[in-house]
Design a protein around this ligand. Structure first.
Ligand code: AMP
Length: 192
């Protein structure tokens, strides 16, 4: 079974947490563009420094930078049998580039999984996460900007995948275990 999944949903909807659990369950790598940027930032690489300005303002890192990074990551051997993309694609242009990358590898997407969560609940979760993880972009003004960017740039991708019959929407409100079970049940028809 080779699962090739895209995770969608507003910031704070649980993509990272659920993506990691799902990746373990499916035995595929979780590829989080945000996590790769943060790692580069903490290591002070040129990529990290380039991304920092955008991340700290809640804006998207330019497509040229992000697309190249994802193309490189998907070409690594551990992605050959499947992957979960968390945080990519983030706009319609990136979705088009992902289509091209998949085609070049001869791959098709299993599904696009969207975690649906009330916006104020997502904000609360991120403010709570800030206390634990101390993420620089988990301050209320930056969170609000990330939500605006999500609505303007990322949300249109859902209709794109929906039109293709690839969109699976799961209610992200509940305990971690409840949401995990919902995800597994909803994805089952797409992974067999
Ligand atoms: P995340 O961890 O997914 O919330 O991402 C944190 C930040 O990293 C975002 O607010 C963006 O600044 C940047 N980022 C992550 N993924 C992308 C992407 N696909 N395109 C552009 N910027 C991204």
């Amino acid at each position: 079974m080779s699962a090739r999944l895209v995770l969608l949903g507003p910031p704070g909807s649980g993509k990272g947490t659920q993506g990691a659990l799902l990746a373990d369950f499916l035995g595929v790598p979780e590829i989080s563009t945000g996590a790769i940027f943060r790692k580069n930032l903490s290591e002070g690489t040129p990529l990290g420094l380039e991304a920092q300005t955008y991340m700290s303002q809640g804006h998207l890192v330019p497509d040229s930078v992000t697309n190249a990074m994802v193309a490189d990551r998907l070409s690594q051997p551990d992605a050959a049998d499947g992957f979960i993309l968390d945080g990519y694609p983030r706009n319609v242009e990136q979705a088009g580039v992902l289509d091209q990358m998949l085609a070049e590898h001869g791959w098709t997407l299993s599904a696009a999984l969207e975690l649906d969560l009330d916006e104020e609940l997502a904000v609360k979760r991120m403010l709570h996460r800030a206390e634990i993880e101390g993420r620089a972009d988990d301050t209320e003004p930056v969170i609000r900007e990330r939500l605006t960017v999500y609505h303007q740039q990322t949300e249109p991708i859902s209709s794109l995948y929906k039109a293709r019959g690839d969109l699976v929407v799961v209610d992200g409100d509940g305990t971690l275990e409840q949401v995990t079970e919902r995800i597994k049940a909803a994805l089952a028809p797409y992974l067999s």
